[in-house]
Design a protein around this ligand. Structure first.
Ligand code: HEM
Length: 403
């Protein structure tokens, strides 16, 4: 993998014992042709359960799934107010990305504003649209005998469905995708791009505040927070977070799943012959291909499972590490549709647990059902290698498939 900027190492603070320092950058876990999740398992095998990484400003990494769940759930010791990633690079006057950069109870007040958009009855409406769109896309590309899966499918289905939820023009996805993407890759131009995202959502928030519709941004623009009207600044932060959360993640998960299926005729056959396995397969894929690496800040000096953490230390809650924890999952790299224990931290846990998880599950199920009935046999293109991009999220940016 190549990056535009070199990874920078930071001095290790005095309270961190040298034996807990490991030379691993979770935002750039691979340097050559390794696989993304394999790199996390490799560090899990050689590092202490909790270790210090000197990259991205210097921070703790929790490697055990149970420690991750504990920290996700404990905002009193691990705050989100210092930024949901290790290097948000934003000017102090910029809007907070509520609710992900807030702690309860105020975080919960913001979360309530979009909860109704993600409930089962609202998703039923989305299912018809999503299925029709999936079929149209697959039927359209099938005669071509191949596609670049990310550009031709993953950046259409989940993103168009999301753009409809927020009632933004579908064609804007082409402008928004690189801006949202810059926030989650290791060396993206974060400051300029978040400014453009704020400008974009700001325009729409103001329009919807003046002439509200039925969409999610209108609901946010005209909402009340704890009995007072939401400020424009808050509405812009919240709408921008939805764009960042909604644009990249499902597309990224789809990339990992299709790369795997392209290389595993056996798993494709299982899903085609036993469609009842599709639902458990979605859960197992979500477990195996967890891809986000959010961060927290330590609130006050603590002893966390024998490790002395100081107020202000940053902590990475790496969900790929939770996914491949051998203490939790036997043979964690194996994809096993009959595995009983599903994904426990892929969508986080506790107060910030992902509100988009049901929508994501629905879209992944539709992908498997509609793709495998139309294109049951496919492979990686031998003439064009897949390419990963890593950072807060680990995803494929290029995934050529042939059939
Ligand atoms: C497979 C797809 C997805 C994955 C793996 C994923 C993962 C996550 C994770 C790990 C968190 C917790 C972050 C933290 O604790 O700091 C989170 C929160 C969030 N996600 Fe997702 N997500 C996905 C899909 C979506 C979708 C489709 C949307 C919106 C349409 C969305 C919107 C959000 C929002 C708004 C939050 C913040 C919630 C809060 O702070 O209370 N996500 N997501």
């Amino acid at each position: 993998m190549t990056f535009k900027t070199p990874a920078q190492k930071y001095p290790v603070p005095a309270h961190v014992p040298p034996e807990l320092v490991v030379d691993f950058d979770a935002y750039r876990p691979i340097t050559g042709d390794e696989q993304y999740h394999e790199a996390f398992l490799a560090v899990r095998a050689k590092a202490p359960d909790i270790f210090w990484s000197p990259y991205n400003g210097g921070h703790w990494i929790l490697t055990r799934r149970d420690h991750l769940s504990e920290a996700f759930g404990d905002y009193q010791r691990f705050t989100s107010t210092k930024g949901a990633s290790l290097n948000p690079n934003r000017p102090p006057e910029a809007p907070k990305l509520a609710p992900i950069e807030l702690d309860p109870p105020v975080q919960q007040s913001f979360r309530k504003l979009f909860a109704s958009a993600f409930i089962v009855s609202a998703l039923k409406e989305r299912e018809k649209e999503a299925r029709a769109l999936a079929i149209e896309l697959i039927d359209g590309m099938k005669p071509r005998g191949g596609c670049e899966f990310i550009k031709d499918f993953a950046q259409h289905l989940p993103i168009k469905i999301f753009m409809r939820m927020v009632d933004l023009p579908e064609e804007d996805r082409l402008t928004l995708l690189p801006l949202a993407n810059a926030q989650v890759v290791a060396d993206g131009p974060k400051e300029e791009t978040i400014k453009l995202l704020f400008e974009y959502t700001g325009r729409h928030v103001m329009e919807r505040a003046a002439r509200p519709g039925q969409d999610l941004i209108s609901r946010i623009a005209t909402a009340e927070i704890d009995g007072r009207p939401i400020t424009q600044h808050e509405a812009i932060g919240l709408s921008t977070l939805l764009l960042i959360g909604g644009l990249d993640t499902v597309a990224s998960m789809m990339g990992h799943i299709m790369q795997f299926l392209a290389c595993s005729p056996e798993h494709r056959r299982q899903l085609i012959e036993q469609p009842a396995l599709i639902q458990p397969a979605v859960e197992e894929f979500l477990r195996r291909f967890a891809l986000t690496n959010p961060a927290r800040g330590v609130v006050e000096d603590i002893d966390f499972h024998g490790v002395e953490m100081r107020a202000g230390d940053r902590v990475l809650l790496s969900t790929p590490l939770g996914a491949v924890d051998p203490a939790e999952y036997v043979d964690p790299l194996t994809v096993d549709f009959t595995r009983k224990s599903g994904s426990k931290t892929t969508f986080g846990a506790g107060p910030h647990v992902c509100p988009g998880s049901m929508l994501a599950r629905l879209e992944l199920k539709i992908l498997l059902e509609e793709w495998l009935t139309r294109i049951p046999d496919f492979a990686l293109d031998p003439a064009d290698a897949p390419r990963l991009k890593t950072g807060v999220n680990g995803s494929f940016e290029h995934l050529p498939l042939v059939w």
